[in-house]
Structure formats: C-alpha cells, structure tokens
Ligand binder design. Structure first.
Ligand code: COA
Length: 264
C-alpha cells in the first residue's frame, strides 16, 4: 500500500512492517496528515499474514519523534472545534497502534518528546539508543494530554514517575528512562537496528497465537477490574491449547528440533 503522505514511510521487509515518521527537518514532528496516515498503515500491516512484528521509528538520525508539529497548532489546534478534530486524529492514531494484534516496537534513536513519547508508549516495547532523550513538555506549552495517553504512561512507569515527567516537563536521559522502566533496553547507536531486528526475529519464530494471547491478556489486566473480560481471556487461552502450533511445539521439543509454527 502506498503511504497516504510522503511524511510517513510504510515498508515491509520479511516479517517486519516498518512505519517511519519522515519529517526530519522538524525532527519528525507529526503533522495532521501524518497522524491520519498512522491507522491506515497499521491496518495494512495487520491485514498481511506475512507480517509478524511492527517497528515504528524516525527518519534522519536525530529523532524518533519530537512531538506534534507545533507550527500547525495555530491553524489546526487553535480553537475549540479544531482542537476536537485534532484530538480525534491523534487519539485514533495512538489507539490503533495500541490495539494492533502484532507486537509493536518503538525503535528510538534521538529525541522522543511529547506526542513522540505518546507514540512510543502506545507500542508494546521500546528499544532506544544511547543519547536518546525523553520528555513531555506539555506544561511548557500549556496544553493537556488525553486521559488515555496519560494512563498509558502511568501503566508503564507508575504514578510517581508519571507526575515527575509531567510536573517538570524536563528532558530525561536514556539512563533515567531505563531506571523508570520507560524503555525496555538501551544499546549503542550502531547496535540499535541489529538488536531490534534480532528481537523481531525471535518474536517471529515463536508461536503467534501464544504471543498474541499474552499481549491481549496483559492489556486486559490493565483495564479497571469491572471491565476485565475473563471470558475473552479464557477463549484466547483455549484457542492456544487447541491449536496445531501447540501440537507442533510439543512434538518439536521431543524431537529436539526447532518448532515450525503456523499461527493456527
Ligand atoms: N513542531 C514543529 N517543529 C519542530 C518541533 C515540533 N514539535 N520540534 C522541532 N521542530 C523544528 C524546530 O522548530 C527546528 O526548525 P527550524 O530549523 O526551522 O528552526 C527544527 O525542528 C530543529 O529543531 P531545533 O529546536 O533546532 O533542534 P534542537 O536539537 O536544538 O532541539 C528539541 C530539539 C526537540 C529539544 C526542540 O526542537 C524542541 O523543544 N522541540 C519541541 C518539542 C515539543 O515541545 N514537543 C511537544 C509538542 S506537543
């Protein structure tokens, strides 16, 4: 599928769908057309059975994403009606990433700020290079974050660090981000891509139904207790135990060979 805008690149290599924020002159700041392209690109990856993981990253070597494009705020986020339209587009982008069935990985090399951090937090995993910096400067701009995005931050780092990130609006180093659990791993810049590819390969070799079930159940546990859908979780678990892949996993173990999973 051709990307709906040149400022987003959608590529498939092997089992990986790459979604690349491509606005390097503005450190990949996300313009409205880019927010609107995100759900379409994710939907295309999700519809492709060859794609096992989705990697989100930024072009240009300086930034993952330095937030929403502030230069558009006056025209596109300046009055109550346009704020609603803009928020709908960003919320849909975040939600579509968060709800993807495939595991999603943010590969962060450089600035990961504001909405950029929101995008990274919508992913399942965050791999970053040394020297990457993280922050939410909302309190320097006077804007507010949607409750859903704030919740994702709290789910990842807990309320105390979430408050520190919002209250100070400062930038945090990769060491600080790692200590908070904001990112999963840190690598030297020249190792980041190879490590990300290795992660994707590991996931792609594993049983897709087990990976998907774990993702959905973990996300289900983050919901309020009254919204937790135990029956849905049970269905997913049952599907794994009745799958061809479970039989293949057992047989491969006994035959001391690598399992060849089909996702069914
Ligand atoms: N929106 C629009 N343009 C942005 C941007 C954003 N979020 N972030 C960076 N840019 C632009 C800068 O205006 C600059 O453009 P110019 O060359 O035409 O002046 C270019 O990207 C490079 O940024 P610059 O500030 O020169 O780089 P830096 O390395 O000195 O600083 C940041 C990097 C990320 C600290 C700084 O750009 C910044 O604070 N950006 C805003 C981040 C932000 O508040 N995001 C939240 C939005 S909700």
């Amino acid at each position: 599928m051709p990307s709906p805008t040149t400022r987003m690149i959608a590529e498939k290599t092997g089992t990986i769908g790459w979604m690349i924020f491509n606005n390097p002159d503005r450190l990949n700041a996300v313009s409205l057309d880019m927010w609107q392209a995100v759900p379409k690109i994710i939907a295309d990856f999700e519809a492709d059975p060859e794609i096992k993981t989705i990697v989100l990253t930024g072009a240009g070597g300086k930034a993952f994403v330095a937030g929403a494009d502030i230069s558009q705020f006056e025209a596109q986020r300046g009055d109550p009606a346009s704020v609603v339209t803009y928020e709908d587009a960003t919320t849909l982008a975040f939600e579509t990433i968060a709800r993807a069935e495939r595991p999603t990985i943010a590969m962060i090399d450089g600035y990961c700020i504001g909405g950029g951090l929101g995008i990274a937090l919508s992913c399942d995993l965050r791999f970053a290079s040394e020297g990457s910096t993280f922050g939410i400067p909302a309190a320097k701009l006077g804007l507010a974050y949607a409750a859903s995005g704030t919740r994702r931050l709290v789910d990842v780092v807990g309320p105390a660090f979430a408050k520190e990130i919002f209250f100070t609006a400062r930038r945090f180093t990769h060491d600080e981000a790692l200590a908070m659990g904001l990112i999963n791993r840190v690598f030297a810049r020249d190792a980041l891509k190879a490590e990300t590819l290795s992660l994707c390969e590991t996931i792609a070799d594993n049983a897709p139904l087990t990976v998907m079930t774990a993702k959905k159940i973990i996300d289900e546990t983050l919901k309020a207790p009254e919204n937790f859908d135990a029956a849905f979780c049970d269905q997913l678990i049952e599907r794994c135990f009745h799958s061809e892949d479970y039989a293949e996993g057992r047989t491969a173990f006994m035959e001391k060979r690598k399992a060849m999973f089909k996702g069914k």
